[in-house]
Design a protein around this ligand. Structure first.
Ligand code: AMP
Ligand code: MN
Ligand code: MN
Length: 330
């Protein structure tokens, strides 16, 4: 893991801009599996900017229900069976090349431009621009669009603002720094509507309320009340009529728990448990995730544990204890 910012940030942006502008074939723009607002927002923002230059950019992805407002009808290709001859791939917000979704990566040696803000990113690809100091990949895409010489429009700015909003927890997480607020201001001035995005992201369906009540009923506190956790499984989802993608926002609600430094949501799939974490103050959710074989950022990270819920809890609390001890909280 390398959380240092990329020292060649501006140079690499210029290099990437040149590479994209001089590419004759298709430019596939894709992001990580289970795409979030930053992944899809970055894909759509960059694609629209490239298309405005007359480039053949192809955005790939399938939005979860809460992000269905982002793409226009028919704009996204859900997945590519075959890569067009001479294509170039831009992988956005993807901590590992294996997390890129919708592209048959095993078929070719397609050249890759890797733009991401996860410290655990192994810097794969022909050009890797990885800057963990950036709160969202969408901010890096905004900088790239400036390097491309494309003026921000409302259509480009709106998905990018969605990425900035979602990756900073609505500007509440520790990564919501001055650059985030300045970038958001630029995006709003370009025509992105904060109100429209907040409305769209803030919708709670009837079944989501039922889901919340079931998940909150599983809440437990550990390590002297510093860690709050809850779980969700197929049985709960079936009872309330929700799908896994509707679970995503719950962990950020848990994060508001009084007196806690770490919020954990266990997504229990039976044979494996996906752990979603949000941390406060100097506690690093990333350290815990990395120790469990996952990754992410300091305030928001995740991992997949092979095994049952009890095993996942045991392993997580072990690592949480080490991390809370490291920061002097225990
Ligand atoms: P989530 O809790 O799913 O919203 O994820 C929080 C952050 O951790 C995101 O930036 C994810 O990309 C990252 N993350 C989640 N799960 C994993 C994983 N298994 N491996 C690497 N990064 C992950
Ligand atoms: Mn993401
Ligand atoms: Mn991101």
């Amino acid at each position: 893991m390398n959380n240092a910012s990329d020292p060649q940030y501006a140079d690499k942006l210029a290099q990437i801009a040149l590479r994209l502008k001089s590419h004759a074939g298709s430019i596939i723009v894709a992001a990580h599996e289970d795409p979030d607002g930053d992944a899809l927002g970055s894909v759509l923002g960059l694609t629209r900017a490239l298309q405005s230059l007359g480039l053949d950019a192809v955005p790939v992805g399938v939005p979860p229900k809460y992000l269905e407002y982002l793409p226009q009808v028919g704009e996204l290709t859900s997945s590519l069976e075959v890569l067009p001859e001479g294509a170039l791939l831009v992988a956005l917000d993807s901590a590992e090349v294996t997390r890129v979704i919708g592209v048959p990566m095993d078929q070719t040696g397609i050249p890759i431009i890797n733009i991401d803000h996860h410290g655990s990113n192994p810097r794969f690809g022909e050009i890797a621009l990885v800057s963990p100091d950036k709160a969202a990949t969408a901010i890096m895409v905004k900088d790239l669009i400036a390097a491309l010489g494309v003026k921000l429009t409302a259509e480009i700015a709106a998905p990018l603002l969605t990425g900035v909003i979602t990756d900073t927890g609505f500007f509440r997480n520790s990564n919501a720094n001055g650059e985030v607020l300045r970038s958001a201001a630029d995006l709003v001035e370009a025509g992105a509507s904060m109100v429209a995005i907040n409305e769209a992201l803030g919708i709670t369906t009837r079944n989501s309320f039922k889901l919340q009540s079931e998940v909150y009923a599983t809440i437990a506190y550990d390590l002297g009340g510093k860690v709050i956790s809850a779980f969700v499984n197929d049985a709960i989802l079936e009872r309330v009529g929700c799908t896994w993608e509707e679970v995503e926002s719950l962990v950020s609600h848990l994060r508001s728990a009084e007196g806690t430094l770490l919020a954990v949501l266990y997504k229990d799939y039976g044979d494996k448990v996906k752990v979603s974490m949000r941390s406060k103050a100097s506690v690093s959710a990333q350290n815990i995730a990395v120790a469990l074989g996952g990754g992410g950022h300091v305030p928001a990270a995740g991992a997949t544990v092979q095994g049952n819920l009890e095993e996942a809890k045991r392993l997580l609390l072990q690592q949480a204890q080490l991390e809370l001890t490291r920061v002097g909280a225990l």
